[in-house]
Design a protein around this ligand. Structure first.
Ligand code: FES
Length: 125
C-alpha cells in the first residue's frame, strides 16, 4: 500500500494572516487532506485546488496575472473567480469558499466549483 504524502503548509481553514499572503504569490496549504493554494489578486483572496486539472502541475508554483492562475508546466490558466479553464486544460480546478476577517483569510471546506468541464465557447484565452 502506497503512503500518501501528508498535506503541507498551513491549515487554511485556521486562517492566514494578511502579512503572510502576498499579492500574486500563491501560498500552498491544505484544507483537510486536500492541497489548496490561497491567492491574493487585486486585493481579493481566492482558494483553489493546488493541482492542475491538465496533467497535475503544481499551481502553487504558478504565475498569477489578470485574475487567473497559470500552471507552470504547460500554461493552462484558471480564472480565480469562476474556475473557467483555458489553454490545454478543459476542466475547472476545485474552487473553495474564502472569506477575510480582521486581516486574516480563511478558506472553507465548501467547494464553490468542482471539476466542471469548460465549454470551448466559454474558455479563457
Ligand atoms: S499540467 Fe498544468 S498545464 Fe499541463
Amino acid at each position: 500500500m502506497a503512503d500518501q504524502a501528508a498535506p503541507s503548509g498551513p491549515d487554511l481553514t485556521a486562517g492566514v494572516a494578511d502579512a503572510d499572503l502576498r499579492e500574486g504569490t500563491p501560498l500552498l496549504g491544505h484544507v483537510g487532506d486536500d492541497a489548496v493554494v490561497l491567492v491574493r489578486d487585486a486585493g481579493k483572496v481566492y482558494a483553489v485546488g493546488a493541482t492542475c486539472t491538465h496533467y497535475g502541475g503544481p499551481l502553487a508554483e504558478g504565475l498569477v496575472a489578470d485574475g487567473a492562475i497559470h500552471c507552470p508546466w504547460h500554461h493552462a490558466c484558471f480564472d480565480l473567480a469562476t474556475g473557467r479553464a483555458g489553454g490545454p486544460a478543459n476542466r475547472e480546478p476545485r474552487l473553495l469558499g474564502c472569506r477575510t476577517r480582521r486581516r486574516v483569510a480563511f478558506a472553507s471546506a465548501r467547494a464553490v466549483t468542482s471539476g466542471h468541464r469548460t465549454d470551448r465557447s466559454q474558455r479563457r484565452s
